[in-house]
Design a protein. Structure first.
Length: 379
């Protein structure tokens, strides 16, 4: 799409973001090959490779052909579409391990909660760009007056995601949206109040919700990395995955066991392709290899945030910051779970884990960030 009547071409963009992104997706592809070859499940690798190709094409198309300001009217359409998909999941979705999160389309599955997370970011960026001055000095009455559309949209989306039992998405999205309004200038007392309410709601969901969540919390208490290990020698079914993750990371040490020499991927760690892929990296490439992957994610975040800070367009600034926070908070949750700093929540590692919807949505977010970073000139 053209930005105005005169054709424009991109003359530069943030190359550090591009290089980091391609290193991460290539690392993810190689790790999937390593895992699926050992587990004799090459179909997962082929699907991952196909989704990666589609994701890269989508990112490049967004970078070169999208005018983000002209597409602002479609933000509400994207939000409405994601809500419709969330409703559809509850009706025809596939239930897996206690949650109904995906719609099966034959050889692929779509998780609408990932799309809804990004749709909310676009909607928030658009609304905050128009009301950010009111936000800085607003009292509670003013907040409701100017921002009730955000409250309503968030409540609808979060209610549907709660019914799907996808707590990790709620946590990551909540952190992201709270980060966006903080970045936009809301008073800190409101940030603290919303944070406390959010923590209370998560506690209620875990305590009075599905039994598997309270079991995970008990496991977390026993294996929390930063406290004295209170786990018993008796292996419980609920402890198995966390214990195997910690065992694999300890075996990896500083430099790892070497490519192909890890133990966890030999079916000792059931979610090695998705939730615990960071554990596989830590075991075979060691602490240093795991920190390189984490460092690349950090570089992506800080470069994207620098791009956001440089924008004169308030909408693009908030949008870029929100997308960057969404990916980075996802990284923090996934790596925190792998190291037992956080309780197990069931979330993937951006650009590395197997998962079509997440890879496509995160890559599209990279395309948007690169589009915002791009410098153009008219022909």
């Amino acid at each position: 799409m053209k930005r105005n009547r005169h054709q424009q071409v991109i003359v530069s963009y943030d190359k550090a973001i591009v290089i980091s992104y391609f290193i991460l997706v290539l690392a993810g592809l190689l790790i999937m090959l390593n895992l699926t070859a050992i587990q004799d499940e090459m179909g997962y690798f082929y699907r991952h490779a196909a989704f990666l190709a589609i994701s890269i094409v989508a990112a490049l198309m967004i970078l070169h052909f999208f005018d983000l300001n002209k597409l602002k009217p479609l933000n509400i359409v994207m939000l409405a579409g994601s809500i419709a998909l969330l409703v559809a999941v509850l009706i025809v979705g596939r239930t897996h391990k206690g949650g109904t999160r995906a719609i099966s389309l034959g050889f692929i599955s779509i998780q609408p909660s990932f799309i809804a997370r990004v749709a909310l970011i676009f909607y928030y960026a658009q609304h905050l760009s128009k009301k950010h001055e009111e936000l800085k000095e607003a009292n509670l009455q003013d907040l409701w007056k100017h921002f009730y559309p955000l409250v309503f949209a968030t409540a609808v989306v979060y209610t549907l995601i709660t019914l799907e039992r996808h707590l990790s998405t709620l946590i990551i999205s909540g952190m992201t949206l709270l980060g966006m309004v903080t970045y936009a200038g809301i008073r800190m007392r409101y940030v603290l109040s919303v944070s406390l309410v959010g923590i209370l709601l998560v506690f209620v969901i875990i305590t009075f919700g599905a039994q598997f969540r309270s079991a995970r919390l008990e496991t977390y208490k026993a294996y929390f990395l930063l406290t004295r290990n209170s786990a018993s020698d008796t292996l419980k079914a609920d402890d198995y995955q966390v214990r195997e993750s910690m065992t694999a990371l300890i075996r990896g040490g500083w430099f790892g066991t070497g490519v192909g020499k890890g133990r966890a991927k030999h079916f000792y760690l059931p979610e090695s392709r998705t939730d615990y892929v960071y554990t596989i990296i830590g075991e075979e490439f060691g602490f240093l290899g795991a920190m390189i992957i984490f460092g690349l994610h950090c570089l992506l975040f800080f470069r994207a945030f620098k791009v956001a800070q440089s924008q004169e367009d308030i909408y693009l600034r908030f949008l870029c910051a929100g997308l960057a926070m969404n990916i980075f908070f996802n990284v923090l949750v996934n790596t925190g779970v792998a190291m037992s700093i956080l309780p197990s929540t069931g979330t993937t590692l951006p650009f590395i884990s197997y998962g079509g919807t997440a890879l496509l949505v995160d890559s599209a977010s990279m395309g948007v960030i690169l589009n915002i970073s791009a410098k153009r000139r008219q022909l």
